[in-house]
Design a protein around this ligand. Sequence first.
Ligand code: FAD
Ligand code: UDP
Length: 397
Amino acid sequence: MPQVTVEHAIHGPLHLNNGQPYDYLIVGAGFAGSVIAERLAAGLGQNVLVVDRRPHIAGNAYDCVDEAGVMIHRYGPHIFHTNAQRIVDYLSRFTQWRDYSHRVLARVDEHLVPIPINLTTLNTLFGLDMDEDQAQAFLASRAEPVADVRTSEDVVINQIGRELYEKFFRGYTRKQWGLDPSELDKSVTSRIPTRTNEDDRYFTDTFQMMPLHGYTRMFERILDHPRIDLLLGTDFRAVRDRVQYKQLIYCGPIDEFFDFCFGKLPYRSLRFQHETLAQGRLQAVAVVNFPDPAVPYTRITEYKHLTGQEHARTSISYEFPCAEGEPYYPIPRLENAELYKRYSTLADNTPGVTFLGRLGTYKYYNMDQVVGQALALYQRIEREHSSSAPTGELEIR
Ligand code: FAD
Ligand code: UDP
């Protein structure tokens, strides 16, 4: 995989691709940019340049070994889960997998209890010994029906009532988003179900697993194609006028691309505090959540649970949500969706550029959804190619 640094030719044009224009310039080497780059190169024989302003590939899914030799996820815990066989099939070309079912505990009232709330959570918190039917009746008696469920507060109150909402959701959400759940779209807390059985898995998707040798290794293989060139540590703005290309696929923030002409789209950021401890294990599961508003962080992740690595020490990270910094989370609420719509309309009227991914389309997408979005874009491009190419011109794969 050719890697070039931009410093060699900081003034004037970059002589890449033998001086020929690239078919595609792709901004962002995360899931969106890497998957579409691989498809265009391997599937359609296109010459592609991928740039990323970070010094590494894999976007937010980047993992690496820390100073102690423990594998960590630089940007917080990334657990692969999906119901889509075709997405598993696609990624399985580039990685083997390790079975992993994610489990999370929440610290509430001095207890460590499963979240999503399940039978164990309820019995532990309330000192009861209910069975499944009794737990259903218990929740039904506490639920406060909301006629028109619109916000992230409505969803939870409607299902489990105010007391459990306050214990598990209100404080966590206020910290995570800097907003009250009543100010967020219902889709946010709808991600977390409520159960009355003992299932303590965080996700119930058909496929739940981790790339056996990590995400970064998987991305190295996705991008390892002779038609893909890669420039790391390079902002799009540093190359936009210095390389030639026919089409642009932009996986960075859409508002930044358009110089914030309609104003800034809000994103939520995080500060990660990484630590290595002189002990083999810290906590029983990979992630412990802290809904208590008095605790400044939202969760602690212990990476060895995710990776299965054996090591005498263990590495963890605390997550401190913040307003400024890397744009990690688009914030789902009506006024932001409306502002995004203005940008997406402008994008539709800007020839030569397509927006993709969590930042490019301002969607709170999981990894599998971004892969799905990239594969769908590829199918569209492939159809356009086959309808515009004279018969016989396309390579048969
Ligand atoms: P990104 O991974 O953000 O990649 C975009 C890339 O574009 C970045 O590397 C950035 O540097 C680059 N870029 C932006 N602007 C420019 C520019 N101007 N010039 C050059 N480069 C630029 N999903 C799951 O499925 N499971 C999980 O467990 C999970 N956990 C998560 C935990 C956290 C803390 C976060 C923040 C996200 C999590 N996600 C999870 C979501 C997952 O990270 C995203 O779905 C996925 O990474 C999105 O891929 P992407 O390519 O769209 O964006
Ligand atoms: N949430 C909460 N308490 C929890 C876990 C989640 O209030 O213990 C809410 C919170 O608003 C969070 C949302 O549910 O942002 C979605 O949680 P998820 O774990 O899916 O968030 P992510 O992994 O994307 O940060």
